[in-house]
Design a protein around this ligand. Structure first.
Ligand SMILES: [Ca+2]
Ligand SMILES: [Ca+2]
Ligand SMILES: [Ca+2]
Length: 196
């Protein structure tokens, strides 16, 4: 069973991914979010970064479909399915797979958002991450500071990896990584009309 905190975090992530806010994840949500990221990251086609964003969107969607139906006839994923999908990925029996995925996510996020290639995410680069995911930037400062564990005003790959692991695994209200995609409490479980 997922704890209430993890349900809240995963629901928040669902709302970010559900680009057209219809309460279902579909292939088009990942395509639209990919386009949005490319716009806010100021990518010009053709772009290898944009290709990676689109490829990852397809991979995540395919993984969801595969989990929900071996025949891949699934065309939609509701919140309940999404929570089951993440419960499975973050189950301790799948630790090795989770670790591979989290390392890959760190590499991808840096590939997309570390614009000046210094192997750190500056606050400005992190703001781009927030805006491209349409997370309210008024929380960005608090979230950035929470994840910047050594207070050097930069997020290292290690700090991001800790944050990703905490976001998906931690049941502790005080874990800084809970704030990776913004404060879930600001959005969590609100109705669609009050959410946007
Ligand atoms: Ca949708
Ligand atoms: Ca950088
Ligand atoms: Ca730091």
């Amino acid at each position: 069973m997922l704890s209430e905190l993890r349900q809240q975090k995963f629901t928040h992530l669902f709302q970010i991914l559900d680009f057209n806010h219809d309460g279902l994840l579909e292939k088009t949500d990942f395509q639209s979010l990919g386009e949005n990221i490319a716009i806010f990251r100021c990518l010009r086609s053709p772009s290898e970064i944009e290709d990676l964003i689109n490829r990852r969107g397809r991979e995540i969607w395919d993984a969801i479909r595969l989990f929900l139906d071996d025949q891949q006839s699934v065309t939609q994923c509701n919140l309940e399915n999404w929570l089951q999908f993440l419960e499975n990925i973050t189950d301790s029996k799948n630790d090795r797979r989770f670790n591979v995925l989290s390392q890959k996510s760190v590499r991808d996020i840096f590939y997309i958002y570390d614009k000046n290639l210094d192997n750190y995410l500056s606050k400005q680069e992190y703001l781009c991450f927030f805006v491209s995911l349409r997370v309210g930037i008024k929380q960005a400062d608090e979230c950035f500071r929470a994840m910047d564990l050594n207070d050097d005003m930069l997020i290292s790959k290690k700090e991001l990896h800790i944050a990703i692991t905490e976001f998906f695994k931690s049941d502790d209200e005080g874990s800084p990584g809970n704030l990776l995609f913004g404060d879930p409490k600001e959005f969590g479980f609100k109705t669609r009309s009050s959410f946007y």
